[in-house]
Design a protein around this ligand. Structure first.
Ligand code: SAM
Ligand code: DTB
Ligand code: SF4
Length: 318
C-alpha cells in the first residue's frame, strides 16, 4: 500500500526553498529513473475542433471562437505515416488526440483501433485521448495494444467547475478508473496558469498521487492562452512555478513519467533544464501540440545534446 498524501503535506513541500525542493526531487528521481534520459512523445490531433465540451482553456471547444479549422477524423494511413515520421525523428511514443466529449462506437472508433494497432506495429508506444470511454471501448483499446490513455483532471476538484461546466470532475475520475481496470496505463495530469491557487495545484497533484495505481505518466501543462477562448490574454506562468510543479509531481509520484507538456514554447533552455532537474523526464516532441505550436524538433535535439542528455531508446516488446 503506497502512502496517502494530504494537501497540507504537498503544500509544505511546494513552499520549500527551490534549492531544497530540487534536491529532494532529484534524490527521488535518481532512485527510480535514469537522470539523463528524456522520453520523446509526438502528438497528433486526429480529429480537430467542434468539440461539444466547454473547457475554458481549449481552442477546440465549439463553445468558443478560436481561429481554428475543424477537421474530421484523419484517415488511418495518414495517421500512420505521421507516426512513421515521428519514429524516424526519434520519438518512442505516439499520442493521438481527438476533440470528442466521448468516443462513439462505429466506424470512427474502429478506425482509431486500426491506428493503435498500426502504431504498435511500428514498435512505438501508442497513447490516445478520446474523451470519456465505456468499459467495452477500454477493453477494445487494450486488445488493439494501446499502451496508455490520456485523460487529464486538469485542476483541483474545487476549481474544476470554474473552467468546465459540461462535465464533472467525478466523470473524469470514473473514466480514469475504467482505463486502469482495463489494464491500460493511465496518463493523467493538468494545467497551471488558469487562475487557480497554489492550493488548487496541490489538490490536483494529491488527487493524482492518491490514485491506485498511480498514473504511469503525468503531463504538466502551462496554459497556452489562445485568442477566442475565455482564458485568452492570461499572463504566462512564471517558469519557476512550472519547475515547482514538476518537482512536487516527482516527489508525490516517484515512478511516474513527468511530462513537461504544453507551454514549452515560452520557456528558455535553462528553464527547461531546471524542469528536467526537478524530475520532468518526458516532453512532447515535434513542431505542433494538437493545434498550437511547440518547439522545433531540431531545437529539442540540440538542447539534449548541449546538456549532455539523451532521448529515451525504445525498449518496447515487438
Ligand atoms: N477531448 C479529450 C479530453 O478532453 O480529454 C482529449 C483532447 S484534450 C485537448 C487533452 C488535454 O489537453 C486537456 O485535458 C488539457 O489538459 C490539455 N489542453 C487543452 N488545451 C490546452 C491549452 N490551451 N493549454 C494547455 N493545455 C491544454
Ligand atoms: C496533455 O496533457 N497535453 C497535450 C496532450 N495531453 C493531449 C495537449 C496539449 C494541448 C495544447 C493546446 C493545443 O495544442 O491545442
Ligand atoms: Fe473538447 Fe478535450 Fe478541448 Fe475539452 S479539452 S473542449 S473535451 S477537446
Amino acid at each position: 500500500m503506497s502512502k496517502t498524501w494530504t494537501i497540507a503535506e504537498a503544500k509544505k513541500i511546494h513552499q520549500l526553498p527551490i534549492t531544497e525542493l530540487l534536491f529532494r526531487a532529484q534524490t527521488i528521481h535518481r532512485e527510480h529513473h535514469e537522470p539523463d534520459a528524456v522520453q520523446l512523445c509526438t502528438l497528433l490531433s486526429i480529429k480537430t475542433g467542434a468539440c461539444s465540451e466547454d473547457c475554458a482553456y481549449c481552442p477546440q471547444s465549439g463553445h468558443h471562437n478560436a481561429d481554428l479549422e475543424p477537421e474530421r477524423l484523419l484517415p488511418v494511413e495518414e495517421v500512420l505515416s505521421k507516426a512513421r515520421l515521428a519514429r524516424e525523428r526519434g520519438a518512442t511514443r505516439f499520442c493521438m488526440g481527438a476533440a470528442w466529449r466521448d468516443a462513439r462506437d462505429g466506424h470512427q472508433f474502429d478506425a482509431v483501433l486500426e491506428m493503435v494497432k498500426g502504431v504498435r506495429e511500428l514498435g512505438m508506444e501508442a497513447c490516445c485521448t478520446l474523451g470519456m470511454l465505456t468499459d467495452e471501448q477500454a477493453a477494445k483499446l487494450k486488445e488493439a495494444g494501446l499502451t496508455a490513455y490520456n485523460h487529464n483532471i486538469d485542476s483541483s476538484k474545487e476549481f474544476y467547475g470554474e473552467i468546465i461546466q459540461t462535465r464533472t470532475f467525478k466523470e473524469r475520475l470514473d473514466t480514469i478508473q475504467r482505463v486502469s481496470d482495463a489494464g491500460i496505463q493511465v496518463c493523467a495530469g493538468g494545467i497551471i496558469g488558469m487562475g487557480e491557487t497554489d492550493g488548487d495545484r496541490m489538490g490536483m497533484l494529491v488527487t493524482l498521487a492518491n490514485l491506485t495505481p498511480q498514473p504511469e505518466s503525468v503531463p504538466i501543462n502551462a496554459l497556452v492562452a489562445v485568442p477566442g477562448t475565455p482564458l485568452e490574454g492570461r499572463e504566462p506562468v512564471d517558469p519557476l512555478e512550472l519547475v515547482r510543479m514538476c518537482a512536487v509531481a516527482r516527489i508525490l509520484l516517484p515512478k511516474a513519467r513527468v511530462r513537461l507538456s504544453a507551454g514549452r514554447e515560452g520557456l528558455t533552455r535553462e528553464a527547461q533544464l531546471l524542469c528536467f532537474m526537478a524530475g520532468a523526464n518526458s516532453i512532447f516532441y515535434g513542431e505542433k501540440l494538437l493545434t498550437t505550436p511547440n518547439p522545433d524538433a531540431d531545437a529539442d535535439m540540440a538542447l539534449l545534446r548541449d546538456a549532455g542528455m539523451k532521448a529515451l531508446i525504445p525498449t518496447i516488446e515487438a
